[in-house]
Design a protein around this ligand. Structure first.
Ligand code: BG6
Length: 478
């Protein structure tokens, strides 16, 4: 179903994100017939370039970053005709009247700020000064949305000076992932799980986002953030919210975001025994984190594991273990809800006791597994074993699974539709920083040095110990 006609301006249109994600994503939407006949995409950046140069650049980007079987020269050619380019000076006057002349009236106007956050305020101001944006226009901003509460507040204030909150779309691309949205469908579309979804029946929850890539190439940015700012404050926090929140009354922007905010505000402070930070070590062939970061004394974490507690009626006392890291053994993102043991075993302790575990795999091999207990087949008496009730999206949906839009495709189309459900509200981002800041300040004040871990392992030994002390263990990263 095509969306309303639009003009989408991408500031930073020649940058990495635009080439890797935004434009290949829009191309896919174009191929699927969702882009209206006259919709246009206007790249804006500082460098001199004309429409033809921009189109060439994006042709190469699509060929490099879109899936091979999506690439069809004729279709790419037709898509490129929708592209235009304006050279613009974010801090000065240059190019703004050209942009205004190019924009059409009577269509949705969206402005994607794919630039350094330090330019957000300038762009917002110019869009108003030059009367390019109106009350219906939308702006889209990316992470990092600040590096602490103070900077996030300043960014929010810079945007709020010219745009209403209903016009601001803060992207967390994890919310655009099909499987992440599926978390809500699983929780609130089934009667089966919700009655058990609380401290009485859940022993603990593990949220894992493990990556195999290191920070090579992005060392300079990454070393100033670390895993806490780069992944936990945003992506893992969003996953935690969706898993822990109360049922919103409707799947509507503020209903959902109000509930997520309550979770963040209910997070307890964490003492340092429940935080493990790590850094990957060198291998025979690859550099260590410190070499990648270009700082032999860096104390930035490329891995973090935390035990979080949520102070509310539903979750009091239930640990949520979060971990994420670079250069780990496998690329895997999953949420595991580990239920408590049955209260009494009628088969006797020798039969074995097994907890149910619901695992939601976000990537790769998207799907869900429910570990259930059955009788071990055979005449050997009543012994219990675990078997998986397994569902993979690819099997369940067949060819349809190939058509699932990637996170950016979906989120950009939601911007055009004016649906903010999958975007973070300003107060949500600030609350997340308000929780993160004291933890970061705490380890900085202690001069905490991250523990080294072998590249392509499961992370530092201390993270395993943290759970071991509580009689639990991490799920294997595989
Ligand atoms: C980004 C982080 O936001 O998310 C990266 O800055 C990280 O460090 C990436 O690699 C992970 O995203 P995905 O979609 O590959 O899981």
């Amino acid at each position: 179903i095509p969306v309303d006609d639009f003009d989408l301006v991408i500031f930073g249109g020649t940058g990495d994100l635009a080439r890797r994600k935004i434009l290949p994503g829009l191309y896919r939407r174009f191929c699927s017939g969702q882009m209206p006949e006259h919709a246009r995409i206007i790249g804006a950046a500082r460098g001199e370039m004309d429409d033809a140069g921009f189109r060439d650049l994006i042709r190469d980007a699509i060929k490099e970053f879109a899936k091979k079987n999506d690439c069809d020269d004729e279709k790419i050619g037709a898509f490129l005709q929708r592209l235009h380019f304006v050279t613009i000076d974010a801090k000065g006057e240059g190019g703004w009247s050209d942009l205004r002349d190019l924009m059409r009236d009577g269509v949705v106007k969206a402005f994607y700020f794919s630039v350094a956050p330090s330019l957000f305020g300038d762009l917002a101001k110019r869009l108003h000064e030059f009367q390019i944006a109106d009350d219906e226009s939308r702006i889209v901003v990316e992470k990092p949305f600040g590096r602490d509460l103070a900077t996030a507040k300043a960014l929010n204030a810079g945007l709020a000076a010219h745009f209403d909150e209903t016009q601001i779309y803060r992207i967390d691309h994890y919310l655009g992932k099909e499987t992440v949205q599926n978390l809500m469908a699983v929780r609130f579309g089934n009667i089966l799980f919700e009655p058990l979804w609380n401290a009485q029946y859940v022993d603990h929850i593990q949220i894992t986002v493990a990556e195999t890539v290191g920070v090579g190439g992005r060392g300079e940015y990454y070393d100033k953030s670390g895993a806490m700012r780069d992944m936990v404050q945003n992506h893992l926090m969003q996953l935690l919210c969706l898993i822990a929140m109360e049922p919103p009354s409707r799947f509507e922007p503020d209903s959902v975001r109000d509930e997520k905010l309550k979770v963040i505000r209910a997070l307890e402070d964490i003492d340092h025994h429940h935080i493990v930070r790590g850094q990957y070590d060198a291998t025979d062939t690859e550099q260590s984190y410190r070499e990648d970061a270009g700082d032999p004394r860096s104390r930035t974490e490329s891995y973090i594991a935390l035990r979080c507690l949520i102070s509310n009626w539903r979750w009091a006392g239930t640990p949520f273990y979060l971990r994420t890291g670079k250069k780990l053994k496998a690329r895997t993102s999953e949420i595991a809800v580990v239920f408590k043991d049955a209260p009494h075993s009628i088969f006797g302790e020798d039969a074995g006791r097994h907890a149910n575990v619901l695992t939601i795999r976000l990537q790769p091999n998207e799907g869900m597994t429910l570990k259930v207990t059955i009788k071990e087949p055979g005449p050997g008496g009543m012994r219990l074993i675990d078997v998986p009730l397994d569902m993979s999206f690819a099997d369940a949906l067949g060819e349809e699974a190939d058509d699932i839009p990637d996170a950016y495709e979906r989120l950009i189309m939601d911007v055009i539709r004016g649906n903010q459900t999958l975007f973070m509200r300003g107060d949500e981002v600030e609350a997340a920083w308000a929780w993160t800041d004291p933890l970061i300040n705490g380890w900085e004040a202690r001069n905490d040095v991250p523990k080294l871990y072998d590249a392509y392992s499961s992370g530092p030994e201390d993270a395993a110990m943290m759970l071991h002390r509580e009689g639990r263990r991490w799920r294997e990263v595989k």
